[in-house]
Design a protein around this ligand. Sequence first.
Ligand code: ACM
Ligand code: ZN
Length: 593
Amino acid sequence: MFSYNSIAPVSFKKIFVFILCLFLWAGSLSAQSKGRAGTLEHTIIPKPESYVAKRGKFIFHPETLIVYVGKDAKPVARYFAKEIAKATGMKLKVAEKGVGKTTLRLELKKTAKIPAEGYTLDISTSRISIVASSPAGLFYGLQTVRQMMPPEIYSRVPVKGKISWSLPCAKITDAPRFAWRGANVDCARHFFSKEAIMRFIDTISWHKINRFHWHLTEDQGWRIEIKKYPRLTEVGAWRSNLLIRENPEFVKEDSPHWNKEGQYGGFYSQKDIREIVKYARERFITIVPEIEIPGHSSAALLAYPEFSCDGRPPGGLPLGGGVFGKVYCPGKEKTFDFLKQIYTEVIDLFPGEYIHIGGDECPKGAWEKCPDCQKRIKDEKLFAENGHKAEERLQSYMISRIQKFLESNGKKVIGWDEIVEGGIPENCTVMHWREYTDPKIAPRAGHDLIVATRPRCYYNWAYSKEDKPFVLSQGGVMPMKQAWDFDPIPKGLTEKEQKHVLGVQACFWGEKTPNEQVLEFHYFPRLSAMSENAWGNRENRSYEDFLRRVKIQQKRYVFAGVNARPSAENPLPADYKVWEKYKLPASSKKRGK
Ligand code: ACM
Ligand code: ZN
């Protein structure tokens, strides 16, 4: 039997413990709810699927050990050790097992039910644990870890002063919405140096972007070394002037890429390309080279005019963007031999699954007059049909032949949305750019679609009309809010058709670009918006919360030396110069026109 006296002291103790537990539980609940994605706790971009804050913080010390589980996790561990050494000066050890003063553990668990490229991240005071089913997932978990650290961690040189390299404890589950999260750069109009391209690739990798669409050939320049056809770069990589020089205010700010003859241009050697591909691969970015056919080909045809309809070279490389009539002749068999040789070298350089063949904006006037093209139309019975003109069908014929060649070499083909005219060539993926055409045509016909639609995906457009560097932007105005407030999936697709939407991509066209500072200005911080659309969880989204996170992102850019627009939305100071950090080499000042 119990006596009142015997149970009373135990009950008081129990009640006290119970109240204490209740208090701690309530405290942890409030910390957790504050920490949910989209609320006030984290500054991760793109917003993760779920975020639960915990108490305490993890600190990186010189004795922190990075442990990898699974041999494919090792290069990811090494990449991270190398990256954070730049800012912290700490050379963290990477090992297969063990425990450090604190430990960062990267576990590759192929059997885990974690989506491709997804990860789970658990941060406690003594250990960070990232689990993923692919090395890419580990890499993205590490990008999140880095964003949770002080923004100084993005510095590419050792940071002065005492900084605690810490991050808050939390539990995160995350995976991308789309498999295709792209960024494109037109290196054909403005030639960006190898170093500028590598820097760009590095910066986009922090945003969990996984495709770099490299626009390598254009009317205004051919930028890729092809051993079999050296004139492509000897002749096709150089033009006599640059559009930006037409504007006297900007003359002194223009590019260093002038040769001894006073011509503007440059190209990437095959050695450069292999180096860039490897660098991108370490950052889980696949490069998609674009080698344009049949249009936008003046540079190639200045070098080898025999592959055009009339066999005559254009009168030099054009100044200014636009559409030009000098295009490949699909009537001549030798044109296909030439292109196949070029693509063979391209295939060898780029291990990725896709090759972009352009296909946009091809005037067909030359084909109408060309006896070879007209004979081809007759022989192949490419007569006008189903609303497609004969010459449009001739374009489809040409792309189909190249597609079959590339497919037989293990590659998939992407073309701009003009390839739907004339009938979509078999097994081609469509990249949609024209806001006035229907993006649903490809997925409804069972083809994959990548959304790169103007203006939401055109990052060469200005943030604001008031920006003084507006003159350096190409197109109209595409403010941050518009970039962010964009759902890549076209309205009206069935669930089955939606599965054909591989993802979304930002584009940058460079005819008005004098240097890489201008590229960075247009892309950052706006790419944060693209990454939220490409990766991010769309639930509980708020633009205000996004802008709050972008403010910290801006600090990261500053420490990394990225020439981001200093604010996402506010007007720029009157004396702001987009090229401020750019030093024009003295030797190039007097070259050119
Ligand atoms: C394009 O802007 N012509 C793809
Ligand atoms: Zn022709």
